[in-house]
Design a protein around this ligand. Structure first.
Ligand SMILES: [Zn+2]
Length: 259
């Protein structure tokens, strides 16, 4: 085997490991924070540690893997602020995608997209992982249809990273896209109505983000001061805490999150 074809075979192995890990991350089989030791990956995929390390480096460059000092690689855990940034950036990119596609899709492309939406509908009542993947693919297929490699690459990367944030912050069964909104986006593209397509896409992604992203103020553990309040000053502990939790003042806060 020549040196260059050996190198090509190596690159193929690296990219197939990357593909497998990306899919496992998008289908939420690998959750944020999962350790990814090089030797285990090497064994699983039948490659040496060097190849495994290169695959991890590639995924780190895409924001899907974090290298922890002295702890090795793990699936990335984006912060809540990063999650919000990713969705904002994704909206800008996808507005660009639909503005380019409006009125420019071929009948074959429209048929392919309608077929994809039918698949999403069929997968609706199966595993959540599959319906999340198909919903994401609707967006990446649109990006590919622009014919712009750079736009496709960024949309692909950002969709995967958004998927990771949904795993972290989404309520169960809230991270899928609304299928009827995919149909509305496609209808607007077919009609050539760029403004409508942009508006619906923006609303659609805003909905995914807001359905999914739980404000840290909601999931935050109460402070020690708050935890001890029912017990302090002669209060009767758990019973007082229960009464306080039933008061209508608590339980909200997502909308009033301080920036
Ligand atoms: Zn969608």
């Amino acid at each position: 085997m020549s040196k260059s074809s050996g190198k090509a075979a190596e690159n193929d192995r690296i990219s197939s490991i990357c593909d497998a890990l990306r899919q496992a991350i998008i289908e939420q089989a690998l959750k944020p924070g999962t350790k990814l030791p090089e030797d285990t990956l090497g064994e699983r995929f039948g490659v040496g540690r060097t190849i495994a390390r290169q695959a991890l480096a590639q995924l780190a460059a895409e924001g899907l893997v974090d290298h922890k000092r002295n702890k090795g690689a793990e699936v990335a855990t984006p912060s809540w602020e990063e999650a919000r940034d990713l969705f904002d950036l994704r909206m800008s990119l996808e507005r660009l995608v639909v503005s380019r596609l409006a009125g420019n899709l071929t009948p074959e492309q429209i048929a392919a997209l309608r077929q994809h939406i039918a698949k999403e509908r069929a997968a609706r009542n199966t595993r959540e992982a599959i319906s999340v993947r198909l919903a994401t693919e609707f967006h990446t297929i649109l990006a590919e249809m622009t014919g712009s490699p750079v736009l496709t690459r960024y949309v692909l990367e950002i969709c995967r990273r958004c998927g990771l944030t949904l795993t972290l912050y989404a309520r169960p069964h809230s991270s899928e896209c609304a299928i009827n909104e995919h149909i509305e986006i496609l209808d607007a593209l077919e009609k050539g109505d760029a403004q409508a397509a942009i508006r619906i896409m923006h609303h659609h992604l805003e909905e995914v983000a807001s359905r999914a992203l739980i404000s840290p103020t909601v999931v935050q553990t109460p402070s020690l001061m708050d935890m001890l309040a029912p017990y302090a000053n002669g209060g009767n502990g758990a019973r007082a805490a229960e009464a306080a939790s039933k008061s209508p003042k608590t339980g909200r806060g997502a909308k009033n999150r301080k920036k």
